[in-house]
Design a protein around this ligand. Structure first.
Ligand SMILES: Nc1ncnc2c1ncn2[C@@H]1O[C@H](COP(=O)(O)OP(=O)(O)OP(=O)(O)O)[C@@H](O)[C@H]1O
Length: 245
């Protein structure tokens, strides 16, 4: 996918003054942060803090009443269907795989509207994620960790320059989380920017360059993992509430 090049100073993702309300409920209030090129930023916070709503605003699935989202310096697409052409891929908490389609067919879905045969690219991604032997299996027949990897492969096949991961470590064991952390590090090293929503604190501390902490729809802290870990407001709001360690 060819994305117009932008100066390095322009963030891949810039969220400024974002406000979202559902009916009378304010869910996001003046949320601002950036994700730079090749940077991995984690968005953490207690249940209901507004993390998924941030993702949905980036993807054009909810309309903010204040502020905005820019991707590579341009306003984010108003529709999720235009995200791939803006260089953005996303995984979903619910995975959203087509259960009866094979692993390979699932991974080819994002490229189905584009010209040419993309089988070689899809197989390369499958190989990178250790899924080659499962390529012809129906996605619905696989154990959960492999299904999660298929969802990640499907997000990577468009070669995004901004990858949004919604709870990628959820439901995985230690070995799969380690492998996932390695994949995220490789993706970021290739220049792709990553925004990850995740509850698993060790995973977040290991992969994130910076962490943004939301509580009741507001940013209460932003910094390196070391800075955030020691922040009393974060401990009170989140880390002290028995999150996975
Ligand atoms: N479509 C909607 N209509 C009404 N309220 C909503 C809607 N989507 C989310 N909310 C509410 O907005 C708030 C933030 O939800 P959101 O899913 O963004 O939080 P979250 O931080 O991702 O939580 P979790 O960690 O549990 O996934 C919650 O109070 C939720 O109930």
């Amino acid at each position: 996918m060819t994305i117009p090049s932008t100066p390095d100073a322009v963030p891949r993702l810039e969220i400024s003054g974002l406000g979202v309300a559902f009916g009378g409920l304010t869910v996001l209030d003046d949320v601002s942060f950036t994700v730079g090129r090749g940077e991995t930023v984690a968005l953490i916070g207690p249940n209901g803090a507004g993390k998924t709503t941030v993702f949905n605003a980036v993807c054009g699935l909810v309309r903010p009443h204040a502020g905005g989202v820019r991707i590579n310096g341009r306003p984010a697409p108003a529709s999720a269907t235009r995200l791939p052409s803006a260089g953005v891929s996303r995984t979903l908490q619910g995975l959203g795989l087509f259960e009866r389609m094979t692993v390979l067919e699932n991974v080819l879905v994002p490229l189905s509207g584009t010209r040419g045969d993309h089988t070689a690219e899809a197989r390369a991604i499958l190989a990178r994620l250790g899924l080659t032997a499962l390529a012809e299996r129906p996605a619905g027949a696989l154990p959960y960790p492999e299904r999660k990897r298929v969802a990640l492969a499907r997000a990577l096949v468009t070669a995004p320059d901004l990858l949004l991961l919604d709870e990628p470590a959820g439901g995985l064991g230690a070995a799969d989380i380690d492998a996932l952390a390695g994949t995220v590090a490789e993706v970021a090293a290739s220049g792709c920017s990553v925004l990850v929503v995740e509850h698993h604190v060790d995973f977040v501390m290991g992969v994130a360059d910076r962490i943004v902490v939301l509580d009741f729809g507001r940013v209460i802290a932003c910094g390196t993992p070391g800075e955030v870990r020691g922040d009393p407001a974060v401990e009170a709001a989140y880390l002290g509430l028995g999150a996975a360690s």
